[in-house]
Every structure is written in C-alpha cells, then in structure tokens.
Design a protein around this ligand. Structure first.
Ligand SMILES: NC(=O)C1=CN([C@@H]2O[C@H](COP(=O)(O)OP(=O)(O)OC[C@H]3O[C@@H](n4cnc5c(N)ncnc54)[C@H](O)[C@@H]3O)[C@@H](O)[C@H]2O)C=CC1
Ligand SMILES: O=C(O)C1=N[C@H](C(=O)O)C[C@H](O)C1
Length: 238
C-alpha cells in the first residue's frame, strides 16, 4: 500500500520501519516543519501527530477520499464531528488510543475485573498512567479508555484527574493520576484497594514497536472498507 504518515515523530519513525518491512511504501511524511502534502496520491493515511492538529489532518483526508488510521490522543472532544465527516464522505476510519495487542487484551481484562469486583463493594478503584516527559496530553488516552471500561461495568459514574496519587475524590468517581518520568514508553495500572489487601493489573510497554505494529495491521485491515471501526473489529474481539 501507498501510505502517508501524518506526524513523522517518535511513533511515525517506528511505523515507517514496520510498514516497510511488511512491503508498504511510505510516500508522504509530514511534521510541524513540513505540514502540507498532496494526500490524494496515497491509499491510506496514518496519523500520529499532535492533539492540536489531528482533527484537521483526519478530516482533510476524508474530504480527499483517503481512509485514516489515527493513534493521536488528546483530541477526542472532536471525535463525533470527525465520525460525521467520515460518514458524509463515505470514508474509512479507525481510531485507537492504543494500538498494541497487549493493551487491547488488557482492556478486556480490565472490563472483566470491573465486572467481578463490582459485585463486591469492599474495593476502591484508581488508575495510574506513567509516560515520558514529552507527552502532551494528560491523562493518557489509554488511561481514559481504562476508566471508561471500569465505569461501563461497575457503579462508578465518572473519572477525575488528580494531582497526587491516593488523593480523595467524590463518590462514584475513579481517581486517575498521571506521572511523567524520563524514558517511560507507557505504563498503565488499574488498582482495587481494600481494607486488608489490594489487587493490581498492570501493562508496561517496553518500546514503541507494539503500538506501531498494531497501527500497521489496522491499516492493512482497513483496505477496501468504508465505515468507522475500532481495534475490537480489527482483532476480532467480541
Ligand atoms: N494510539 C497509540 O497506540 C499511540 C498513540 N500515541 C500518540 O501519538 C501521538 C504522537 O506521539 P509521538 O510520536 O510520541 O509524538 P512526537 O512528538 O514524537 O511526534 C509528533 C509529530 O507530529 C508532528 N506534527 C506537529 N504538528 C504537525 C502538523 N501540523 N502536521 C503534521 N505533523 C505535525 C511533529 O512535528 C512530530 O513529528 C501522541 O498523541 C501520542 O499520545 C503514541 C504512542 C502510541
Ligand atoms: O504518548 C505516548 O507515548 C502514548 N500515548 C498513548 C496514550 O495516550 O495512551 C498510548 C501509549 O500509552 C503511548
């Protein structure tokens, strides 16, 4: 496939390597110094850019008939509008806050754990996201999706970003704490703390290859399809 990488940064570079190793051509690479391109020449665009520009990148692709795989986080207040524009142009779209297989399994585990623990009121949930210091959005897109998974299967109604770990929040709210530490690719922990013990599930990314491979697999899966999809469909998770 002829691929455009919109946002040739840390992720864009790993995606290029993996896409090439699977026989694809990278014909466009944009970044903040070279943001414009003739998008019509590609089969699909992969956006891993920046929260402030992702919506413009994505909708520019839909308007030019180019399907999009997007991993940029921190812009989801405009997600519904992007979906509407995609549908109006009969386009193809996959967004995922995290493309790695491991995290998509972790999302399932998180929902299962929420379901079984919600039958028992003795434990309080909280979420921790740890990333490198260059990350622009807080909390991470993955942490938000984990919180939404807990909310779907428990009595929690909302989540709140806290300034410290173990900070108290209002009832039925999940505290989400984000730490930014040099060189951490991405760690997410969901904890259930009780009076006498606690239960943790943790996912640690060792490098960016898992995210990039997932994004390239999603790109291959999207070929020839129209509609709005998630990694659940790509990975055939029920
Ligand atoms: N969904 C997933 O699996 C993952 C998502 N991410 C997300 O992907 C995004 C990018 O992450 P990184 O590569 O680590 O960041 P980065 O900062 O290394 O790269 C971002 C790139 O976007 C470029 N950019 C900025 N403005 C632009 C514009 N107007 N047009 C085109 N490009 C522009 C920058 O120049 C830079 O090259 C972030 O939102 C991050 O949260 C990161 C890892 C995995
Ligand atoms: O910015 C990152 O690096 C990452 N961002 C994604 C997120 O916000 O969840 C995914 C991954 O954790 C790495």
């Amino acid at each position: 496939m002829r691929i455009a990488i919109l946002g040739y940064g840390k992720m864009g570079k790993v995606i290029e390597e993996i896409a090439k190793s699977r026989g694809h051509s990278i014909v466009i690479k944009t970044d903040s110094d070279n943001p414009t391109c003739d998008i019509k020449q590609v089969d699909v665009a992969i956006d891993f850019s920046s929260p402030h520009i992702a919506f413009n990148n994505i909708t520019m692709c839909f308007k030019n008939g180019v399907p999009v795989v997007c991993g940029t986080t921190g812009w989801l207040d405009k997600y519904d509008r992007a979906v509407e524009i995609c549908k109006n142009h009969n386009g193809g779209f996959i967004y995922a806050s995290n493309f790695s297989l491991g995290v998509n399994l972790f999302f399932q585990l998180n929902e299962h754990l929420a379901k079984i623990i919600s039958k028992n009121n003795q434990y309080k949930a909280d979420i921790l996201d740890i990333h490198h210091k260059q990350k622009l959005d807080t909390p991470s897109g993955t942490a938000i999706k984990l919180a939404e998974g807990v909310i779907r299967y428990s009595n929690y109604k909302s989540w709140e970003l806290t300034e410290a770990e173990n900070q108290n929040v209002k009832a039925h709210t999940i505290p989400v704490f984000a730490e930014r530490i040099d060189d951490v690719t991405g760690t997410h922990r969901v904890r259930y703390a009780g009076e006498t013990d606690e239960i943790y599930i943790v996912h640690k990314a060792h490098n960016r290859k898992g995210f990039a491979l997932g994004a390239v697999i999603a790109t291959e899966w999207l070929k020839g399809k129209t509609g709005v999809f998630s990694m659940r469909e790509v990975l055939n998770i029920r």
